[in-house]
Design a protein around this ligand. Sequence first.
Ligand code: UDP
Length: 236
Amino acid sequence: MALRYKRILLKFSGEALMGDNDFGLDAATLKKVVAQVSALRELGVEVGIVVGGGNIFRGAQIQGSGIQRTTGDHMGMMATVINALALRDVIESVGIRAQVLSAMTIEGISSGFNANQVKKQLSDGEVLIFAAGTGSPFFTTDTAAALRGIEIDADIVLKATKVDGIYTADPKKDPAATRYSSLSYEEVIQKNLQVMDQTAFVLCRDHNMPIRVFDMFKDNAVIRIVQGEDEGTLVS
Ligand code: UDP
């Protein structure tokens, strides 16, 4: 089957990696995520990943503790590096080359991001994990996903969530909520739909980068998406 998307930017939140735990990483969940990455590679899809850090630390959570927000955000970005390192090892354990490129370089642990170099590595079949978000406080890893997606010339940003798309209301709280099959950037921004932060949507809008929101644990969802099938919600 022909590929609709050849190069993707996949965004996982940190929470998606913690399984049923309240904190940290869950080995079985990491394996599930990596099985999807592996299936994508088998199809020949070039995969860049942005991973969040919310399973470990978010900068905003220490407000009022005496720790400055910028310090908290640095801590949050370091949490994403922890997740990225774990993801890299599990990806490599299934025989796929992978590397962590970080907006905050840590000598001997993670190199910096260079879009030109990255595009060559992706074409060469390597999976690249972009850690430390944008490298700046007051941003999120959703914005980093939009930014990296645009920088690496991805065909689409795939935002993995626990829900299979964008709904009119929270489907867990409102049984009458219905899923949007597609939305424009303007609709998402005006309705203030909380699925990604507004900065991420505005960046994607300004650079014509489509976003698809999907359920990462729904069987083969990501595979169906790259083959052009309707899955989750498309924002374009
Ligand atoms: N962060 C930041 N700048 C960025 C990306 C992330 O300061 O460009 C910090 C921020 O404190 C954030 C934390 O890193 O709360 C973890 O990222 P995020 O909350 O986006 O993770 P996710 O919710 O996707 O797990």
